[in-house]
Write a protein that binds this ligand. Sequence first.
Ligand SMILES: NC(=O)c1ccc[n+]([C@@H]2O[C@H](COP(=O)([O-])OP(=O)(O)OC[C@H]3O[C@@H](n4cnc5c(N)ncnc54)[C@H](OP(=O)(O)O)[C@@H]3O)[C@@H](O)[C@H]2O)c1
Length: 321
Amino acid sequence: MNYRRCGRSGVLLPEISLGLWHNFGTADDRAQNVAIIGRAMELGICHFDLADNYGPPPGSAEERFGHLLQQEFAGHRDEMFISTKAGHLMWPGPYGDWGSRKHLISGLDQSLRRMKLDYVDIFYHHRPDPDTPIEETVEALVQIVRSGKALYVGLSKYPPALFNRACALLSEARVPCLLHQFRYNLLDRACETGMLPAAREQGAGAIVFSPLAQGMLTGKYLNTPTLPPDSRAGRSDSIFLDAAKVAADAARVAHFQTVAREAGIPLTQLALRWLLQRQGVTSVLIGARTVAQLEDCATAANQPPLSDELMAQLNQEAVPS
Ligand SMILES: NC(=O)c1ccc[n+]([C@@H]2O[C@H](COP(=O)([O-])OP(=O)(O)OC[C@H]3O[C@@H](n4cnc5c(N)ncnc54)[C@H](OP(=O)(O)O)[C@@H]3O)[C@@H](O)[C@H]2O)c1
């Protein structure tokens, strides 16, 4: 595994990081989870990305991960870089969501209890809050670092102007923003006109999620009359990818499948390598349901670079609007 520096910081992250948004909930197989985390560590994938609401149900991914840390990976805490987040709906009433100091401090305390940790390596505000003053959100993040409950802080899905303002306030408090986390893949390049260059200008790293568009950019939904029942789009407990979304993107995925075939590499590798070669990307944040998927994705870090010609072709395929 290669490691890249997070902006202007002392932190190195693996080129491939592992997210626990899916596949680590109550209904998911514990033994499979142990195998995935263990193999990730063997491969040098030492950054694990969580959030309070990952599961399902919300909170269960942190609980599962906490149990695994205690029972299977005790002694390895310092080899791992562990994140969590708050800012999406987590509990009822006025304090269970968004970006108030009350929500962020309570949310992180709950996450630490679920994971049985004293601190996380990075705590993110999960999404911008249109109603809470950014000063309050930033003060909460600063308080969290000063209290020792997180070593670093990050932001997720912030539009560039608000991201720049938050970064300025964080820098004033000498708690710089370590990472911006946002979606980036061959089908969604919206970040290129704002979030990606802003992260670089602010000296933050960029960690990009859903690099395979939740699995669509493996090509596995092409030419299948029915959705595979164990796939994210086919599972009834997964609400973020469905038949309609798969159908809407099928033609574009098929096009990239053809490009990959002509280049002689699997579509999964093409999609991940393209991201790794885009300027400003620190780490590509994948999800994996099986060890085989994890290994497949990790391979991308060890492949020869895509040629300049292929990069140029892909770069002009889907210029963001
Ligand atoms: N900050 C935010 O708001 C935010 C939002 C979304 C995600 N994230 C983070 O980003 C992480 C990754 O997001 P993601 O899960 O959408 O990433 P992704 O890598 O685009 O999709 C992962 C899914 O694709 C399928 N897959 C992966 N490798 C495969 C392979 N080799 N062959 C066939 N199928 C494969 C698996 O789903 P199947 O079940 O279909 O096999 C897997 O669970 C999350 O876990 C989370 O940590 C953050």
